[in-house]
Design a protein around this ligand. Structure first.
Ligand SMILES: N[C@@H](CCC[C@H](N)C(=O)O)C(=O)O
Length: 322
């Protein structure tokens, strides 16, 4: 099968975006999983953190399904949703639309730039829940906020929440990538605590309303950034730390930066995640799933926007001394 696709990223969290509506495509569940396993592989595939399938919706302008590189499906993907938002907003010529995701129809829009010349998209991250069952997490108690999880670490504390995919967030003075990788792996081999796995983030407060977040993603491993993790981390560092509600929190990550605005309405939290949705190139991939083979043709690169993005990346790296 011949699949036109866009290689894109949000904060360096990269995806293969396939628009099923535009190209009249449809896949079985097995095909979605096998496409992810074949094409996302960094050594033998195109290489990406996941596939974004853009599908028709009866409730919104489009629907997003996101598959991780290990073939599992996630409930939500914040960086991916910004890429889908950009794609649909450009296609429809309407700056504010809605996209259906697994658990909610979410408003998305093009907003003021968070960095010079970076087209910026805002996506709503909700529903948010601290109930352990929402992740799910096997835990005695109504919430796990700033709690020890001794199966993971005897020196860190974690806050568990779903946004709506599952996250645990740990606040600390200094982020150690090797420790994160070890705890992230362990958390995803611990079905007696996290039956469906979990995304694990380490968060460092740089100053009030500015944090650095590093994430080990369920189904992928260490990524440059994870949008739902940056949203969850902004919320946790607002509840447990000095950050403000209703104020842009600058979130520096390995692939750039985003802004997160944490809001509370009628006792419920939600987060506006604002950042880039950058196209790297577009191409066609001819896939033979039976024989696990593929060929990419007709690559056309979006050079200008990628050069512009490099400036944001360099700025973000300078903020964390990289
Ligand atoms: N990178 C994404 C999240 C992707 C899904 C995640 N790995 C999961 O399985 O929950 C984001 O930007 O939110």
């Amino acid at each position: 099968m011949k699949l036109p696709y866009i290689k894109c990223h949000g904060s360096g969290n990269d995806f293969i975006l396939i628009d099923e509506m535009e190209h009249d495509l449809a896949f079985t569940e097995e095909e979605r999983r096998n496409l992810s396993l074949l094409l996302c592989d960094r050594e033998t595939g195109i290489g990406s953190d996941g596939i974004l399938f853009v599908m028709p919706s009866e409730k919104a302008e489009g629907r997003m399904r996101m598959f991780n590189s290990d073939g599992s499906e996630a409930e939500m993907c914040g960086n991916g949703l910004r890429c889908v938002a950009r794609h649909m907003i450009e296609k429809l010529g309407n700056a504010s639309i809605a996209i259906e995701t697994q658990e909610a129809v979410l408003p998305v829009s093009q907003v003021a730039e968070i960095f010079p010349d970076i087209d910026t998209f805002s996506v709503q991250i909700e529903p948010v829940s601290f109930a352990p069952a929402s992740l799910p997490m096997i835990h005695d108690g109504e919430q796990a906020v700033d709690s020890a999880i001794l199966e993971l670490s005897d020196k860190r504390t974690f806050t568990a929440l779903s946004v709506p995919n599952p996250h645990i967030v740990s606040l600390m003075d200094d982020v150690d990538q090797a420790e994160l990788e070890q705890i992230g792996r362990r958390a995803n081999e611990l079905p007696e605590v996290f039956p469906n796995g979990v995304n694990v983030s380490f968060v460092q407060l740089l100053e009030k309303n500015k944090i650095f977040v590093r994430t080990y993603e369920r189904g992928v491993g260490l990524t440059n950034a994870c949008g739902t993790a940056m949203s969850a981390s902004s919320l946790v560092s607002t509840i447990l730390g000095p950050n403000d509600l209703d104020t842009p929190i600058v979130v520096i990550n390995k692939g750039g930066l985003v802004n997160c605005v944490v809001e509370k309405n009628d006792g419920r939290f939600s987060i506006q995640l604002r950042g880039n949705g950058t196209n790297v190139y577009e191409a066609v991939v001819d896939v033979d799933l039976e024989n696990s083979r593929f060929e990419v043709t007709g690559q056309m690169f979006f050079d200008k926007e990628n050069e512009t993005y490099e400036k944001l990346e360099a700025y973000a790296a300078s903020e964390i001394g990289g």
